[in-house]
Design a protein around this ligand. Structure first.
Ligand code: SF4
Length: 470
């Protein structure tokens, strides 16, 4: 039977069908961080259980670590306590931990691929919603809650409902100044923030095939913001080239054999899908969110929607978002003053993102009223960026150059919005309060657009700032 990648990976990892219709699925790789694991480890300890497969479990510290001063003990007692707990649990169970002294620490969805831990055909779980990132490699990757973290620690398995597959075919090529972030925001805008409920999203087509792994990770990362449980791209030569010589990838002698198996996991050309959607990548323009969910976005040269332009069932959400943001329907988004610019997160904190933002920033200054920070996704990215002199480009322009971590993506550390501040952010969520202030306002956009907004002091169209922005 012709099958999709989802079906092949799912079947290969099925332990058994449960009486309630769920599948008991074996998890090939469990990624753990300091925030969603302490309680799960405590639940294990209370029952006297051990971690079932410590060699399939890898930990890092990212969510709560400070990015300005990373000396231990941390100033924040809770952050220190969480790190101590993770260190203790990893020692007790023989789990590999990439801590601040490892030189490989970083956001869990950045270091997994970077280390070559993330591979095609795997099942991956992590106590963070944006685990879908790993689908860029042709893995089936789930974000899970704390009780499921406990289940995976104890059994290496998850009980999951079956998923349907929606094929999202993106033809053409993205125009200069338009990035993977713009494309995924466009997909979410069109299909809705709940449009993916019950689905895995399979991204395919010419525009996806042309993308680097970093770009594919940005796309898959935000699948969850469109309601999809997982998102993935079929592995191809770009995937294999990225993985070759990564520390945890198969060694050279076995690599070609691994590639053969990985290729076999691709969706068959005549596989059946539960739904199919097509988009023209060339028609996408730089995109900015204006509201309180990632589906509330417009092209940078558009105006905010008016209640009479949306179907009756969407009006209450639109009015709530406009009221929270304090903006009037019909206003242009361009020219909106910003207070903070944040470059980072597992969506857009990779080296290619920093390079692209640096191209905009080079030789320019951050607007005097803007607080701007760059938070590399991992220590390895920070080191690589410093080798290229990107830290100097950002610092000379007036950005703060920070240590690796989640930072202002969810503001569990001192990197937070204050009051009603407006933040141009390369992260993935613009929910109320997401960046630390209950009344703070987040505008999601590509890293290049964040850089452009930082220097202009307001939302601008990156296509007008730097010609040939790609
Ligand atoms: S950067 Fe944000 S979305 Fe990504 S792992 Fe950290 S908190 Fe989660």
């Amino acid at each position: 039977m012709p099958s999709t990648l989802l079906e092949k990976v799912w079947n290969a990892h099925t332990v058994r069908k449960l009486p309630n219709g769920q599948t008991q699925l074996f998890v090939g790789l469990h990624l753990v961080h300091e925030v969603t694991s302490p309680q799960a480890f405590d639940m294990l300890a209370a029952r006297g259980w051990r971690v079932r497969f410590p060699d399939r479990t890898v930990a890092t510290v990212d969510h709560i670590v400070p990015t300005r001063d990373q000396r231990r003990p941390f100033f924040d007692a809770m952050a220190e306590e969480m790190l101590v707990a993770l260190e203790r649990n990893c020692r007790a169970h023989g789990i590999r931990l990439f801590d601040l002294s490892s030189g490989r620490q970083g956001i869990v969805h950045v270091i997994g691929p970077e280390l070559g831990l993330t591979q095609p055909g795997m099942t991956i779980a992590c106590g963070d919603s944006h685990t879908s990132t790993h689908g860029a490699f042709g893995a089936v990757a789930f974000g899970i809650g704390t009780s499921q973290v406990r289940d995976v620690l104890a059994s290496q398995c998850l009980a999951l409902d079956p998923l349907k597959v929606r094929k999202i075919d993106v033809g053409g090529s993205l125009q200069p100044g338009v990035y993977a972030k713009d494309l995924i925001l466009e997909i979410i805008r069109r299909l809705g923030v709940n449009g993916g409920a019950g689905y895995a999203y399979e991204y395919t087509g010419e525009a996806i095939a042309r993308m680097t792994m970093d770009e594919r990770m940005t796309i898959c990362n935000m699948s969850i913001e469109g309601g999809a449980r997982v998102g993935y791209v079929n592995p191809d030569d770009t995937t294999f080239a990225y993985l070759r010589e990564r520390p945890s990838a198969p060694p050279e002698a076995d690599f070609d054999r691994a590639v053969e198996w990985w290729r076999g996991m691709r969706s068959d050309p005549d596989a059946a899908y539960d739904d199919e959607v097509t988009l023209d990548g060339a028609s996408v323009r730089p995109t900015v969110t204006w509201g309180i969910n990632p589906g509330q976005s417009i092209y940078v040269d558009e105006r905010l929607p008016r209640p009479d332009e949306v179907p009756p069932q969407g009006r209450a959400a639109l009015e709530e978002a406009l009221a929270f943001m304090g903006w009037r329907a019909g206003e242009p988004i361009q020219g909106t003053k910003i207070d903070v610019a944040f470059l980072g997160s597992c969506t857009n904190g990779r080296l290619s993102d920093l390079r692209e933002a640096a191209r905009i920033v080079r030789g320019r200054q951050v607007a005097t009223h803007v607080r701007a920070l760059v938070v590399p996704g991992s220590q390895a990215i920070r080191i690589a960026a410093e080798r290229e002199g990107l830290d100097r480009v950002f610092s000379e322009a007036g950005f703060e150059w920070r240590g690796a971590g989640c930072s202002m993506c969810l503001a569990m550390n001192p990197d937070r919005l204050e009051g009603r501040e407006v933040c141009a952010s390369s992260s993935n969520r613009n929910f109320k309060g997401r960046q630390g202030s209950p009344s703070g306002r987040t505008l999601l956009m590509s890293p290049a657009m964040v850089a452009a907004a930082a220097v202009a002091g307001e939302v601008v169209d990156v296509r007008g700032i730097a010609t040939n922005a790609r």
